[in-house]
Design a binder for this molecule. Sequence first.
Ligand SMILES: [Fe+2]
Ligand SMILES: [Fe+2]
Length: 192
Amino acid sequence: MNRPRIIEKLSGQVSEKRLAHCLRVESTALKLAPRFGVEPELVTPAALLHDFCREYPEELLLKLAANFGIVIDDIERKEPILLHGAVAAALVRAELGIDRPDILEAITLHITGGPGISNLTKVVYIADFIEPGRAFPAAVTLREESLYITPELLLLKVYNRTLNFLVARNYLIHPLGNAGRNELIMKGIVEN
Ligand SMILES: [Fe+2]
Ligand SMILES: [Fe+2]
């Protein structure tokens, strides 16, 4: 599916504000892609479609997840918004015919990250955090740092900032993000 068609489909799913966010995630991800060795043709569909279901009500996310046979864990049951990636992946596969596993993984895991994720998934996960519409201080700093720090350190910093955010608000932490962060720490990646 070509880019104009993807944007047309996305426009029917999300607000103008969200569409603008998705376009900024795409351009940010395209800039990160060469450093991660990711092909731009994969970046565009994954980045544009990552929030395809972000504006669905919680009940609909739960219903669609059940219909698609997505296994719902306790944390997702309590915070169904966490399902917007997995449901989007299932929906774009069924309705838009996008079936590349790497694109579907990036859409599914853009919320939490996780251990063993592909470089495409890393690029979308990071871009979602640092895209230029993100005005909070951690995003501003990481946007600058993203130009020169190593990809692995950048990924660790996104995990750390996301966990800080969740802890500060007493939000639940999904184990996938924690496991993705642990994987980097085990490899000796540290913030200095
Ligand atoms: Fe999202
Ligand atoms: Fe997003």
